[in-house]
Design a protein around this ligand. Structure first.
Ligand code: ZN
Length: 327
């Protein structure tokens, strides 16, 4: 993406994965391969921007593959079907992305989505939500009050269709979990925080599946732009289950429990380095530039060191004092 000048990059800053376009020509082949790896799940549709994988009966994960440079969807999402309804996860970067997933819902289940959930305000998860509207069909869309307000306030470009789509959002109970009955299938929307001030996870008991939003990234170093680091690790530990579970992360391939463990170990390594640098009084930019992840943590797609700096800046915000400027 040669148009990704620094200015454009900054303008896209609210998109937690805007940097992925930059990764397309910088990421090593090994990382590309990791990103694109099949998980053994049945792939029911494949496009340059992503693939739809069946992860359980009536549950599909849309795994975006943005290293292709195609940002139609950009983040992950999916479909959860019951006897009387279908829930679409995320609003995606573009209305075309949401519309594509809605079309797949009709092909796979016979239904246009009846419900949609936006996990947090970042543009790549919310900007395309108007794509679920098709004539008089429009799913009941769920997001927290904070997500709705922040999406309307910060996300660019201003889009009247998105504004209208978000104006009818139904708020989940901010005090805990909201339950959606799709007919023989119950989805819990759990309000959490850590990647942003307001995140939502979608949780199924049987089969055991968790759509984590951006609280979990798999094989991709997360964007800390709005992160509250201690809350992020706490929320990840809270959504992790003791039994065998399929985790659909916000970015990267479908994750196992081992992948979530590796992610937590990575967050811990960032924490240790950030705390040490903060104690020494090293500026976040300098500490981020010097930081590398241990090889034992495996491959993590990172194409631009500014994301390490952002992680350190987030820690410095939490620890107080020092240089907490946003890169
Ligand atoms: Zn995000």
């Amino acid at each position: 993406m040669t148009d990704c000048t620094r200015r454009k990059f900054l303008a896209d800053g609210v998109s937690c994965a805007a940097h992925l376009a930059l990764a397309a020509h910088l990421a090593p082949e090994a990382v590309r391969a990791l990103w694109a790896q099949a998980t053994g799940n049945g792939v029911v549709a494949s496009e340059p921007f992503g693939r739809l994988e069946q992860v359980a009966e009536g549950v599909w994960a849309l795994i975006s593959t943005p290293l292709s440079g195609d940002r139609t969807t950009l983040c992950n999402g999916g479909l959860i079907a019951g006897r009387s309804g279908v829930l679409a996860v995320e609003g995606f970067m573009t209305p075309e992305g949401a519309r594509w997933l809605a079309g797949k819902s009709r092909e796979l289940t016979g239904r246009w989505p009846t419900h949609a959930v936006i996990t947090h305000y970042h543009a790549d998860h919310s900007n395309g939500v108007a794509g679920y509207r098709d004539g008089d069909r429009s799913p009941t869309t769920y997001a927290t009050a904070a997500t709705r307000a922040t999406a309307l306030e910060k996300n660019l470009p201003v889009d009247d269709a998105r504004r209208e789509a978000l104006s009818v959002v139904t708020m989940p109970d901010e005090s805990g979990a909201t339950t959606i009955d799709l007919g023989g299938r119950t989805v819990r929307l759990v309000t959490r925080r850590g990647h942003t001030a307001s995140d939502v996870t979608l949780e199924l008991e049987d089969p055991s599946v968790v759509f984590t939003g951006d609280l979990v990234w798999n094989a991709m170093f997360p964007n800390y732009v709005d992160a509250m680091p201690t809350e992020l690790a706490k929320a990840t530990r809270a959504l992790r289950r003791a039994r065998t579970t399929t985790y659909v992360p916000g970015h990267g391939p479908v994750a196992t429990d081992a992948d979530v463990g590796r992610y937590l170990a990575m967050l811990g390594e960032v924490e240790g380095a950030a705390r040490a640098a903060h104690a020494r009084g090293t500026p976040a930019a300098e500490a981020g530039a010097a930081f590398t992840l241990s090889p034992s943590l495996g491959e993590w797609a990172l194409f631009n060191k500014v994301f390490f700096e952002r992680a350190f800046a987030a820690w410095y915000r939490e620890l107080g004092g020092g240089d907490a400027r946003q890169p």
